[in-house]
Design a protein around this ligand. Structure first.
Ligand code: ADP
Ligand code: 5GP
Length: 190
């Protein structure tokens, strides 16, 4: 395309809870600090080790509702009893500045991004098997059994929708899948 610079790409990483999205996104960031990982707003309570403003902006349901009303979210969804959304301005500013942006969000949000930004690359991270997904979700040890059950129910819906995505990557090995994601984002993988 001549000598015009490629616009920075918005990449969405989606997939069932416990498949390894956060792990892969963190690995991509380690290898490519120039990637900007969006910080979502959520009404969920912080897990041990999560920091406000780093992993999420932890907000009240009232604050979240105000963000929705004011159109401040690029996309948002309810997931397993909590609300999650992507602050619009930060994403738009990064993209305008040429910074590659990665969103780690669930299925309903991925669909909204597809509708709002058809050029976005939608990547679905799939587990090697359902048994392994359960092992990872349980093994993470962050949710109560009833919350795990709810997330696994939702996982069935998400797994059934993987053909809507541009690419499906099976998360066998974090290194390998992170390298493939980096390549898809158009960055050097050396
Ligand atoms: P998600 O963000 O999709 O909910 P996490 O990144 O929190 O998932 O990963 C869930 C659990 O699975 C974590 O304990 C993580 O260390 C583990 N995990 C992630 N990727 C792999 C992998 N390729 N092989 C084995 N375990 C993994
Ligand atoms: P968790 O509670 O495990 O951090 O996240 C639950 C689910 O919400 C995961 O699938 C995660 O990708 C998704 N999620 C996190 N942030 C957002 C967001 O801003 N929007 C949407 N739609 N989903 C999100």
């Amino acid at each position: 395309m001549g000598d015009t610079a490629q616009p920075a790409r918005l990449t969405v990483l989606s997939g069932p809870s416990g498949v390894g999205k956060s792990t892969v996104a963190a690995r991509v960031r380690d290898a490519h600090p120039e990637v900007w990982l969006s910080v979502s707003a959520t009404t969920r309570r912080p897990r041990t080790g999560e920091t406000d403003g780093v992993h999420y902006s932890f907000v009240s349901p009232e604050r979240f509702a105000r963000m929705v009303e004011r159109g401040e979210l690029l996309e948002w969804a309810e997931f397993a009893g909590n609300y999650y959304g992507t602050p619009r301005r930060a994403v738009e500013e990064r993209l305008a500045a040429g910074v590659p942006v990665l969103l780690e969000i669930e299925l309903q949000g991925a669909r909204q991004v597809r509708a709002a930004m058809p050029d976005a690359l939608l990547v679905f991270l799939a587990p090697p098997s359902r048994e392994e997904l359960i092992r990872r979700l349980v093994g993470r040890g962050t949710e109560a059994p009833e919350v795990i059950a709810r997330r696994l129910e939702t996982a069935e819906v998400e797994l059934a929708a993987q053909s809507e995505f541009d690419v499906v990557l099976v998360n066998e090995d974090v290194e390998e899948v992170s390298r493939r994601l980096v390549a898809l984002m158009g960055m050097p993988t050396a």
